[in-house]
Design a protein around this ligand. Structure first.
Ligand SMILES: [Zn+2]
Length: 302
């Protein structure tokens, strides 16, 4: 983990999951996300203390454990005013909701409740419901709605730097994932187009590096989403009698060279494939059907 200075008051901790930091004044500062676990937060606090950087606020962009897992340790050891999108906050307060939704509402068995899917619960002081400007110590930051990767993800725009959370991934990372995790393909694409128009001169993704010329990375993310959508559509149209949904998930993963290694990981890919599928269904290019007690996806064109 490495602390990098972006402007005179904006920093980020470069790691496998990036954490942002904004210094508002001599006595106030905010972390953007909290990393995966206690150990991550211990390192962050040590580095802030060494540099004499104050910490009074925490903003959680979305309720994925790799972004909030370190927050419980922070709240136990420091006094921080915590802000998070209102819908995501429900999961931050009851983290079992994530394995619960990934497993279709079934009470998840212990193997499915790992630290990547479920962090420790935290309390949220301010529920962010909409975009807006917040002023602290003379610094103004904007909350920016970036849905698509999670239901109600928000980013932060401060001093012309966008903390984009998982709205996009670094180029290497999106290709490594094969199929990126999303919950809504239409929103994920709209969010990427929105980012291109934001008044910023640099951006930090949740996974990847800070870039000033990040438009190319955004375009690469858009291209990847379009390619996966087209690939899924061609898998559906290739089967005139339709394709069993689970088979579609398998074929999509195989097509992208993915070897799924665990049951929870399968569920994440299953959700992402469904998120591309719902876009095709909304566009009336495909539809779900039940045939012989099986969930089947059919193309709308015969
Ligand atoms: Zn995420």
């Amino acid at each position: 983990m490495e602390l990098q200075l972006l402007t005179n008051n904006v920093y980020y901790f470069l790691a496998s999951v990036n954490i942002g930091y904004v210094r508002f004044s001599e006595s106030e500062g905010m972390l953007i996300d909290a990393g995966l676990e206690d150990q991550t937060m211990k390192k962050v606090l040590k580095m802030l203390d060494e540099k004499g950087l104050p910490l009074t606020h925490l903003f959680i962009t979305h309720a994925h454990a790799d972004h909030y897992g370190g927050a419980a340790y922070l709240q136990k050891n420091r006094q921080v005013y915590t802000m998070a999108p209102s819908f995501e906050s429900l999961i931050l307060q009851e983290p079992m909701l994530e394995p619960l939704y990934l497993f279709h509402g079934t009470n998840p068995i212990s193997e499915w409740r790992n630290k990547f899917l479920e962090g420790k619960p935290i309390h949220v002081d301010l529920l962010v419901k909409e975009e807006g400007a917040v002023e602290l110590g003379g610094v103004v930051f904007l909350t920016v709605a970036l849905p698509g990767h999670s239901y109600q993800q928000f980013g932060i725009l401060v001093s012309e730097i966008l903390f984009a959370a998982d709205a996009y991934f670094g180029k290497d990372i999106i290709h490594k994932h094969g199929i990126p995790y999303i919950v809504d393909a239409k929103e994920a694409l709209e969010t990427l187009e929105k980012i291109k128009k934001l008044p910023c001169r640099g951006a930090v993704p949740g996974h990847g590096r800070f870039e000033t010329g990040f438009m190319e990375t955004i375009d690469e993310n858009i291209k990847v989403h379009h390619q996966i959508e087209a690939m899924i559509y061609s898998l559906i149209t290739a089967e005139t009698a339709g394709i069993a949904f689970e088979q579609l998930v398998t074929k999509a993963c195989t097509e992208k060279g993915i070897t799924v290694k665990s049951v929870p990981s399968y569920m994440l890919f299953r959700t992402a494939v469904t998120a591309y599928l719902t876009k095709l269904i909304q566009e009336q290019k495909a539809y779900f059907q039940i045939r012989n007690n099986q969930l089947v996806v059919e193309s709308s064109f015969e």
